[in-house]
Design a protein around this ligand. Sequence first.
Ligand SMILES: C[S@@+](CC[C@H](N)C(=O)[O-])C[C@H]1O[C@@H](n2cnc3c(N)ncnc32)[C@H](O)[C@@H]1O
Length: 258
Amino acid sequence: MKIICPICKQELIRKDKSYICENGHCFDIAKEGYLNLNCKNSQNTGDEKDMINARRDFLSKGYYNFLRETVDSLIDEGDSLLDLACGEGYYTSYFKAKDKIGVDLSKTGLKIAAKKDKSTLYLLNNIFNNPLNDKSLDKIVTIFAPIAKQEIKRLLKDNGKYILVKPNVNHLFELKKAVYDNPYQNEIEDTEIEGLKLEKEINVKDHALLNNEDINNLFKMTPYYHTTSQKDKDKLSNINELDVNFDFLIDVFSLYNE
Ligand SMILES: C[S@@+](CC[C@H](N)C(=O)[O-])C[C@H]1O[C@@H](n2cnc3c(N)ncnc32)[C@H](O)[C@@H]1O
């Protein structure tokens, strides 16, 4: 896949430890191996270190392996693939596509990803403005992250597929029960993306008995971690075991072909 200069839109070519375009715009490859295309004064710096480390530790135990295996079964070996908001590459690194790019704004995440996985080009970049040509991808993936709708439509080849992973109703309900007085189930809304049609929706589930460390790491991975009071968070420190449900929806979209 060609990487395009974010300044002048010419192709970036790798030269030693940089990518350079014909107009001399130059972007460095970090020592861990990811390419830094982010503008220096960007406000958004992605997930923080403690969230990334919690996610890395939790995922390394294999609890979500069933999910990444199912997503991988929707991907072909010959595919060009873009993982939008790839975090530390737990899913990206596993996918069998031959040509893979992972994008995220978290340096901590990309350091882990790029050090471990040499089969993917990791880009420090905003998912809403990707340095890639129109219609250049067979598969685009979003897993628990914001949906860059315009970019997905722009980047997919005519016969390409967009794969979206999101939590289903019962996902982590036991964890919420342990923290909140009035826990709620996740509300699931149909994801609508103009120009794309939903081809199928797959529900995958599992559960696991988690120890205290896993429970706390898992809670840090959730979007409500930052909005929960310390008093509620502290309830988790006394729980040594919890059987938790994992419940996901995998949506597969294709472009409407006029
Ligand atoms: C919940 S994490 C999911 C990471 C990965 N997909 C996974 O499931 O392990 C969300 C990720 O989105 C990234 N992110 C959020 N907004 C972003 C943006 N505008 N551009 C790039 N990455 C972004 C964060 O840094 C974080 O790594």
